[in-house]
Design a protein around this ligand. Structure first.
Ligand code: NDP
Length: 274
């Protein structure tokens, strides 16, 4: 396995198993540098969002990296305020222009909300059929949101990006997604940095001569979960990619699974209504 390793989405598109997240990365120099370091390190997949307000910087880094378009996998997300059919189409064009691209690899609905996601999804299906995006999906959808969306969807979502880490393992939702051929992607895989001092994880990390971050990311990979750690530090960007030279035992994977406390670092999609 390496950074070029992929999982296959329901439509056959290959998505890198590990990518680079850029939430809370400042637009301008910070975004340009960190995305460039990630690409130099070998990351192929970049995960941004209109709401992160750094699509400009991400786009600049992509351009300056000198990579061919088809060597990268670029994801962005539709913000809540832009849900609805026409507003989604307009927001997509804006994101694409900021990124300086002529197509996206993956477009995601950022949060379900309550009222508009079906209408929004019809616009996603149009973008997909028009070949402006290679794959479409959602974020933060619970099982009941997915069921409701799929009732009327012509094209089912290919990805569900959800908060997922050792304190929030999301096993029931992962099982549902697997049964419906929806790839699960972990956001805040490191618990937004807040779970890196966990003593149980530290003990496993010490046994392998690895960091807690590396153990968590390895746990994602061994569980078939797509993962997108974020850092603005070059040495951590490299460290987070050095997870292909060791393996967790079955017992260690199970011990990490057992750390689950259903503990969120971000909002609960149920309460994050708008
Ligand atoms: P992560 O779980 O990736 O953790 C990032 C934090 O951990 C930062 O504070 C970073 O600090 C620190 N960190 C990273 N690597 C290391 C390391 N090796 N050692 C020590 N500290 C480290 O957090 P995110 O919340 O950013 O989640 C990842 C990505 O998921 C986001 O960037 C975004 O793309 C996506 N996301 C999607 C959401 C959604 O609703 N769909 C919501 C939230 C995130 P520093 O940068 O200073 O190095």
């Amino acid at each position: 396995m390496n950074l070029k390793d992929t999982v296959e989405l329901a439509n056959g598109v290959l998505m890198p198993h590990m990518g680079f997240g850029v939430w809370q990365v400042k637009d301008g120099e910070e975004a340009v540098n960190s995305v460039k370091w990630a690409i130099e390190t070998g990351y192929i997949s970049i995960d941004t969002a209109a709401a992160y307000k750094n699509e400009d910087g991400v786009g600049r880094a992509i351009k300056e990296s000198g990579k061919k378009r088809d060597e990268l996998f670029v994801t962005t997300k539709l913000w809540n305020a832009d849900q609805g059919y026409e507003s989604t189409l307009a927001a997509f064009d804006k994101s694409l222009a900021k990124l300086g691209l002529d197509y996206l690899d993956l477009y995601l609905i950022h949060w379900p909300g309550t009222r508009l996601f079906k209408e929004t999804w019809r616009a996603f299906e149009k973008l997909y059929k028009d070949k402006k995006v290679r794959a479409i999906g959602v974020c933060n959808f619970h099982e009941h949101h997915l069921k409701e969306l799929m009732e009327d969807a012509e094209i089912p979502p290919m990805v569900n990006q959800i908060e997922l880490h050792p304190l929030l393992t999301q096993e029931p939702l992962r099982k549902f997604c697997k049964e419906h051929n929806i790839v699960v992607e972990a956001w805040s895989p490191l618990g937004n940095g807040k779970i890196l001092a966990n003593a149980d994880l530290k003990a496993i990390a010490d046994k392998h001569g690895k960091s807690v971050a590396q153990v968590i990311l390895r746990w994602d990979l061994q569980n078939g979960i797509v993962t997108i750690p974020k850092s603005v530090h070059k040495e951590r960007i490299i460290e987070n990619a050095q997870v292909f030279d060791f393996e967790l035992s079955r017992e260690e994977v199970e011990a990490i699974n057992a750390l689950n406390k259903n503990e969120r670092t971000g909002p609960d999609p149920e309460e994050f209504n708008f």
